[in-house]
Structures are given as structure tokens and as C-alpha cells.
Design a protein around this ligand. Structure first.
Ligand SMILES: Nc1ncnc2c1ncn2[C@@H]1O[C@H](COP(=O)(O)OP(=O)(O)O)[C@@H](O)[C@H]1O
Ligand SMILES: [Mg+2]
Length: 599
């Protein structure tokens, strides 16, 4: 299984979507459900942008009216002036209200999309085969679920609106400017190419710098993660100072990369500003000439300057939006990749049976299995009658857990068959198959919630009495009663506030409440003190009563009463029999047992 700890390499995220069109279509599909709302929002966007385009020309008319009156020494009719002003106020107010409504709609839609994307990713993740987590870093999965989905949502709510607004502003302003004076528009023929060329060159230079920045940031985060998960080891080796020094190196590199990107980025804003001001100055000069020689009105020039800003603004922004949308598409692609990941492998056979209860009779028939091309179990056969206890022993890496992994179909075998009550487990739905098992592992797993919730996890129908009964059998009741709120005490994530042995006893009590016919104990007694080990041993014996049990144990003294013991080496069963038979044989098991007693 994937490890949480360990230095996480920067995953070298692709900044560009590989298939933009496909990703975009897929996003549209998600948007499809909210077609009505989105069309409404777009309509509103169009209306308020068109409204915004009206005001400069109205200001121009007003200006021209006042100038005309002054030129001809006529008195100014303030009703007319007031009329213009009121009209403009109405337009501003309307545009404010419409912008607000439009943003509100888009924000709501993007919230819904985020929820759906998270739902779909989580759903896909929970259905993923266990092997998926062998190949994928947990940190990367989390980053897709949180950061990438956020990026998609932000882009949906900001960029989509901006894109439409910009389009209308650019086209509208251009049409109005041409209708005011195509000659003045020629100024843009000169300045626009400069703007576009400049921003292209800048983006080309900045892109690798931003990429470097995100990689360095990834390295730094990976290092922090490694430090936090390994804090005990670091402290026990007194490596705090060394860790800090190493952190300072990655910290400095990340800061340098950030500075470098921002330093070069700093030129962008002022340069654009300069080009804009320069354009404006040119317009004024050319406009003045037109006024003098062609009798152009001041109002028109004033309106033109305002349109020129409405026109140039979005064009300058386009480059940014394009980059934003580019990274949003790349993020969306990663999200869809997660959603689409390997579902076929996990789907049950079409005619797989749903089984209710089983007697717990298990048969392995010439099973061959490897996680990769490396074969772990070469030819494994075993027949277990209902209610029998099977102990599996052997060195670390011998293949003990692997037997459990394929029995519970965490991984599927390619050759041979495994059957439960005579039915090939491939013909049983995974969920009903796994229902037959109760499992206690060395890696205990508890979640943040009350003791009671943790205990009733597998069987929500159990009563308080059932739980107390199981806890008494598991020697954990008196401990729970000492907790501040008894069975209602909230356990921290993965039981951070209780000891390892107590966690183990809790998981045994949880397994007892399952009422399953088969029990699996994988190194459940490792790493606890002798008293706790005796408690656990006793609890496990009670748990095993009447159930088919597979016990993987490191300490051989704990499995003496098993009905059959398998000694595994390198995936092969090298000795098998009862404890007494194997001791009499004086073979490998005997030697192992004696060596443990010597210690
Ligand atoms: N998820 C996995 N992917 C690839 N190889 C694995 C995986 N899990 C275990 N192995 C390999 O399979 C072999 C048997 O492992 P396992 O059954 O876990 O041993 P153990 O007897 O200690 O429980 C080992 O060589 C181990 O490296
Ligand atoms: Mg193991």
C-alpha cells in the first residue's frame, strides 16, 4: 500500500492539458445541467456590457451640448443636462444590479460544479482497487481533490464571465470607435501590435519561471511533509538542527524561484501602463488634429478615448486569462483522469452472486499471484474446513499478507481459483464477499468520532449493550469507562490520543461486533507489552470461537493451538502441520520456535 510519509517528489505537473478540446467538452457536459442558469447569466453579462458601452457616448453628447451653448452664448438648459445625468445614473445602477446578479449565478453554478466534481472524484477513489494506491502518491491525489478542483471552479466563475465581458467590450468598443472615426482607429494599428508582441515575449519568458516556481514549491512542501510525518525519528536522532538547515536550502530555493518569477513579472504591469498611456497620448494628438482640420466635436474625442480604454483593457488582460484558462484545463484534465481511473478492474462480474452468510469453508487451488511481473505465490493450495484455525508464519516478505490480500480480493489472481463454500470468489460480488470477513490488522485504523461510532462502524445496528459486551470480552471496557465521556469520548484521527495496545483492543472489539464467519488477524499482537499481549490473545481467542480464522503471527507461542500451521518462505509453503507435528519433525519450524524461546 502507498505510504503517507517519505519525500514526495514534485510530480512535475503538466501545465498544459494534453487534449484541450476533449477536456473542454467534458467540462461543458458538467455545465450542461445548469444550461438555463448559465445562458441567463451570459445574457445578463451581454446586457450590462452593452449598457456600459452607452455611457461614454452620452457623456460625449452632454459635453458637445454644453460646448455648443457656450460657443453660441446661449443659456444652458439644466433640464437637458439633468436628463443626461439621470439617464446615466439609471444605466450605472442597472449595470451594478445586473453585474451582481450575473456574478451571483455564476458563483452558485461553480459551487455546484465543485461539489459534483468532488463527489465524482471521491466516489471513483473509494471504488478504486487497492493496487491503485500502490502506484499513486497520496499527496498527489489530495492535491487533485483540493487544489485542482479549486482551480477549475475559480476559473469557471471568474474567467468565463471575464471572457464574455471582454469579448463584448472589445467588439462593441471597436464598432463604436470605427463609427466615430476610422482615422483615429488607425492609432491602434500602430500600438496594438506592440502590445501583443510585448505580452507574448513576456509570457514566453515568464512561463518557465512560473513553472520553476511551482516545482520548487512542491519540493519544499514535500520536505515539510516528510519532516512532519517523521518528527519522532528526527527528534530521537537529535536531527532538528540538520533538518532545519536542509529546510533552509529548499526554502531559499523556493523563495529565489518565487522572486525571480515575480521580479520579471514586475515589468509587465508598468510596461502595459506605459503603452496604454502612450496610446492615449497619440489619440489625443491625432484627435486634436482632427478637431482642428476636420471639425471633429470634443464630445466624440472624449467618447473615443473612453472606448479606447475599454478596448485596450481586455486585450491586455487576454494573455492572463488565456494562461489562467490553460492551467484550469490542465487541472480539469487531472481531475477527469482521477474520475476515470480504472473502474473496469473493480467492477464485479456481470452475473456475480450476492451471498448472505457463509459457513466459512475456504479453498485455494493452485493459486499463482504477483503484484507485478514478480511472482510472489507460485503454486499455493490450501483447504480450510469451516471453523478451523489456520496460522501462517514465516519471515517478513514471505507472502503472508499476500494470501489475505487475494483472499479478500484486494488484488485479483490470474491463475488458479479461490473459493468460499465451493463458490469461486470471482463469482461473488466483492462487497458481499468482504462482508464475510472481520479483519484485525497491525495497522489499526480508527477515525475521528466517538468510541461508540468507531466500534459500531461495520454494523450500525448494534446496540449499546452489544458494544459494552464486546468491550468487556476484549478487556477494554474498564479503560473506556475511565475516559472523560466514556463511550461518547471523541477519538482523534487514527486514535492519536490512546495507546497502540488500546487501539488494537478496540479494533478487536469492533471485529467482534461484525458477526462474520471468517476472521483475519494480521500481526495483530505485534509491538505491544506482555500484559496487553495477553489481553489481546485472550480477546482474540474469544473472537475466533466458531469462526474460520487466519492468524498471521510473528510470535509462534501465540499460535500453538492452531489446527494447521503453514510455514511460508519466499511464497512457498515449506512445512505444514499442527504445532506438535512440526515440533516432532524438528525442521525449520522447530528451529524457529526454539530460537524465539532462547531470546
Ligand atoms: N503492493 C505491493 N506491490 C508490489 N509488491 C508487493 C506489494 N505488497 C507486497 N509486495 C511484495 O510481495 C512480497 C510478499 O509480501 P507480503 O505478503 O506483504 O509479506 P509478509 O509475509 O511480510 O506479509 C514481498 O516481496 C513484497 O515486497
Ligand atoms: Mg505482512
Amino acid at each position: 500500500m502507498a505510504k503517507v510519509g517519505g519525500m514526495r517528489k514534485p510530480s512535475g505537473k503538466v501545465e498544459h492539458a494534453k487534449d484541450k478540446k476533449k477536456t473542454l467538452l467534458r467540462l461543458f457536459k458538467y455545465l450542461g445541467k445548469y444550461k438555463g442558469l448559465i445562458i441567463f447569466a451570459i445574457l445578463i453579462t451581454i446586457i450590462y456590457n452593452v449598457l456600459n458601452l452607452l455611457t461614454p457616448i452620452m457623456q460625449g453628447y452632454l459635453l458637445d451640448y454644453i460646448k455648443e451653448q457656450l460657443d453660441t452664448d446661449s443659456s444652458i438648459n439644466y433640464d437637458i443636462v439633468l436628463g443626461y445625468i439621470i439617464n446615466m445614473i439609471i444605466i450605472f445602477t442597472l449595470s451594478f444590479v445586473l453585474t451582481y446578479i450575473g456574478n451571483l449565478i455564476i458563483t452558485r453554478v461553480s459551487k455546484k460544479i465543485v461539489t459534483t466534481l468532488r463527489h465524482d472524484s471521491f466516489d471513483s477513489l473509494s471504488k478504486m482497487s487497492v493496487s491503485y494506491f500502490d502506484h499513486n502518491q497520496i499527496g498527489d491525489i489530495i492535491s487533485v481533490m483540493s487544489y485542482d478542483i479549486d482551480t477549475v471552479s475559480t476559473s469557471l466563475s471568474n474567467d468565463v464571465v471575464t471572457l464574455f465581458s471582454s469579448f463584448i467590450q472589445i467588439v462593441g468598443s471597436l464598432i463604436l470607435m470605427i463609427s466615430i472615426s476610422w482615422k483615429l482607429c488607425l492609432v491602434f494599428a500602430f500600438t496594438l501590435p506592440i502590445t501583443i508582441l510585448f505580452s507574448r515575449i513576456m509570457l514566453k519568458r515568464l512561463h518557465p519561471l512560473f513553472r520553476k516556481r511551482s516545482i520548487k514549491l512542491g519540493v519544499m512542501n514535500g520536505y515539510s511533509e516528510e519532516m512532519i510525518t517523521g518528527i519522532k525519528t528526527i527528534k530521537s536522532y537529535s536531527k532538528e538542527k540538520y533538518t532545519l538547515e536542509k529546510y533552509m536550502v529548499v526554502n531559499k530555493e523556493a523563495a529565489d524561484a518565487m522572486y525571480e518569477a515575480d521580479y520579471h513579472g514586475c515589468v509587465m504591469g508598468p510596461s502595459m501602463n506605459f503603452i496604454n498611456q502612450f496610446t492615449l497620448a497619440l489619440i489625443c494628438v491625432v484627435g486634436a488634429l482632427l478637431c482642428i482640420y476636420e471639425g471633429f466635436s470634443y464630445g466624440y474625442i472624449s467618447a473615443f478615448t473612453q472606448y479606447s480604454r475599454k478596448f485596450a483593457g481586455p486585450i491586455n488582460e487576454m494573455a492572463n486569462i488565456a494562461t489562467d484558462i490553460g492551467s484550469a484545463l490542465a487541472a480539469a484534465e487531472r481531475v477527469f483522469y482521477l474520475i476515470d481511473e480504472n473502474p473496469e478492474d473493480i467492477n464485479d462480474n456481470k452475473d456475480a452472486k450476492e451471498i448472505d452468510t457463509s459457513s466459512g469453508e475456504i479453498n485455494f487451488d493452485h493459486v499463482k499471484f504477483g503484484y507485478t511481473d514478480n511472482i510472489v505465490l507460485k503454486d499455493f493450495s490450501l483447504d480450510v474446513k469451516s471453523g478451523k484455525k489456520v496460522a501462517i508464519v514465516g519471515k517478513t516478505g514471505a507472502g503472508k499478507t499476500t494470501i489475505i490480500n487475494i483472499l479478500m480480493r484486494f488484488y485479483d489472481i490470474k491463475n488458479g481459483t479461490i473459493s468460499l463454500d465451493g463458490i469461486n470468489t470471482k463469482e461473488i460480488t466483492r462487497s458481499s464477499l468482504r462482508h464475510q470477513f472481520a479483519m484485525v490488522l497491525q495497522d489499526t485504523w480508527l477515525f475521528e468520532g466517538s468510541v461508540f461510532e468507531n466500534l459500531s462502524y461495520g454494523n450500525p445496528l448494534v446496540t449499546q449493550d452489544d458494544v459494552i459486551d464486546a468491550c468487556k470480552k476484549a478487556h477494554i471496557h474498564s479503560f473506556i469507562m475511565q475516559l472523560p465521556n466514556g463511550y461518547s469520548t471523541i477519538l482523534k484521527e487514527n486514535g492519536g490520543n490512546i495507546s497502540k495496545g488500546q487501539k488494537q483492543l478496540l479494533t478487536i472489539a469492533r471485529a467482534m461486533l461484525l458477526k462474520s464467519s471468517i476472521l483475519i488477524l494480521d500481526e495483530a499482537t505485534s509491538n505491544v507489552d506482555t500484559k496487553t499481549e495477553m489481553d489481546i490473545q485472550d480477546a482474540m481467542n474469544k473472537l475466533m470461537e466458531g469462526k474460520t480464522s487466519f492468524i498471521i503471527a510473528h510470535r509462534l507461542s501465540t499460535i500453538k493451538n492452531a489446527d494447521i500451521i503453514l510455514l511460508l518462505d519466499n511464497g512457498d509453503v515449506i512445512e505444514t502441520g499442527t504445532h506438535k507435528e512440526l515440533m516432532d519433525k524438528k525442521g525449520r519450524y522447530y528451529n524457529l520456535f526454539i530460537s524465539q524461546y532462547d531470546r
